[in-house]
Design a protein around this ligand. Structure first.
Ligand code: COA
Length: 259
């Protein structure tokens, strides 16, 4: 399927979504964000899709932020109405399917916010990252003030956001902003290795595990632990639990039913 600004490709159980505006370093226009929301919903609703990989077209950029050209003339009321319709970042946050950001180059502003809304971030050794809104006189509006400190701590989030500095992939990994850095030529293979490995598990167990870990960002510890116990109890009553345990004891591969 091709929607000018977002390319959607199925590779076995993995949906690869590519932001496709390389001449503008994949800066996200409103049209592109809407197209990506639609593509994400389609992928998430398809039971055959067991993981989603998000990346940018071309060899230089993941996403160089929101389209800055669209900011001129936009009013506060315009912006408020956009938020009321729901954002791309909300859409990524709500995915039940695990989402991997395959960061293949520039990853700035809204691009970094998009990557942070995903579940796992794998970066090319050529990637450069930054929460750079301050450089154009604005502040992050796609979740960075909340997700960045949760990933890297308050001080580092402050430093990145208030200075607008760009960091390389190695530094991003050191501070916990990305989970792995791989040589550029191996980026796609590594991202798909991870996606395929997730896809080989019980989709039900994957979704429960994702829901529990996601809850850690919004629940106090005691409630989060209780929520984990509820999901563990739910997993206990699944057909895949019986199958997984039997397969282990019989020393064979499990055949998941995803229920
Ligand atoms: N919005 C709109 N257009 C953008 C853009 C953005 N966020 N980022 C890059 N572009 C456009 C440039 O205007 C340029 O368009 P043009 O060829 O029509 O002039 C094209 O993409 C290539 O960018 P260019 O700046 O020439 O490439 P570069 O390799 O020299 O620099 C960046 C790359 C990413 C460092 C630089 O483009 C940049 O700083 N972009 C803004 C990043 C940012 O701060 N984003 C968050 C904003 S909230």
């Amino acid at each position: 399927m091709t929607d000018e600004t977002v390319l959607a490709e199925r590779r076995g159980p993995v949906s690869l979504l590519t932001l496709n505006r390389p001449e503008k370093l994949n800066a996200m226009s409103l049209e592109m964000k809407e197209a990506l929301i639609r593509a994400l919903r389609t992928a998430d609703a398809d039971p055959a899709v067991r993981a989603i990989v998000l990346t940018g077209a071309g060899d230089k950029s993941f996403v160089a932020g929101a389209d800055i050209a669209e900011f001129s003339g936009r009013t506060g009321i315009d912006q408020w109405r956009m938020y009321e319709r729901g954002t791309l970042y909300d859409a990524v946050e709500r995915l039940e399917t695990p989402a991997i950001a395959m960061i293949n180059g520039y990853c700035f502003g809204g691009g970094l916010e998009l990557a942070m809304a995903c579940d796992i971030r794998i970066a090319s050794d050529r990637a450069t990252l930054g929460q750079t809104e301050i450089n154009i006189g604005i502040v992050p509006g796609g979740g960075a003030s909340q997700r960045l400190p949760r990933l890297v701590g308050l001080g580092t989030a402050m430093k990145l956001t208030l200075t607008g500095e760009r960091i390389d992939a190695a530094e991003a990994q050191r501070i916990g902003l990305v989970d792995e850095v791989v040589p550029h030529a191996r980026l796609e293979r590594r991202a798909f290795d991870i996606a395929d490995r997730i896809a080989s598990k019980s989709a039900l167990a994957v979704r429960l595990a994702k829901a529990a870990i996601r809850a850690s960002a919004r629940l106090p510890l005691d409630q989060g632990l209780r929520y984990e116990q509820s999901l563990f109890a739910l997993a206990m009553s699944s057909e895949d639990k019986e199958e997984g345990v039997a397969a282990f004891l019989e020393k064979r591969e499990a055949k998941w039913k995803d229920r």
